[in-house]
Design a protein around this ligand. Structure first.
Ligand code: SF4
Ligand code: F3S
Length: 106
């Protein structure tokens, strides 16, 4: 499966949603996640994310491993998103900021 990681938080550009052939993105207030049972590992989403927040599970950086479980958990709680929308208002300013995990809203 592919996994959305920390740099999506407070950005939520949503370009990923438009290219996913199986619509397996789920939306929270300031973060998106991928449903691990629905993702078909097509790799369409990784190159289009402006925040470079999406990794294949086998390529996850060591400090992002906890996002695998988080995507699984939150994809069962949050609603499906199938169309892109405007990024969050301060997305450009938050892109690349370290330590955004504490800003995750559920
Ligand atoms: Fe969707 Fe493909 Fe990305 Fe999986 S790898 S989330 S199927 S676009
Ligand atoms: Fe997030 Fe990147 Fe998609 S910022 S919403 S994973 S395009």
């Amino acid at each position: 499966t592919y996994v959305v990681t920390e740099n999506c938080i407070k950005c939520k550009f949503t370009d990923c949603v438009d290219v996913c052939p199986v619509d397996c993105f789920y939306e929270g207030p300031n973060f998106l996640v991928i449903h691990p049972d629905e993702c078909i590992d097509c790799d369409a989403c990784t190159p289009v994310c402006p925040a470079k927040a999406i990794y294949r599970d086998t390529d996850l950086p060591s400090d992002m491993k906890h996002f695998l479980e988080l995507n699984e958990e939150l994809s069962r709680l949050w609603p499906n998103i199938t169309d892109s929308k405007e990024p969050l208002p301060d997305a450009a300013a938050w892109d690349g900021v370290q330590g955004k995990f504490s800003h995750l809203e559920r």
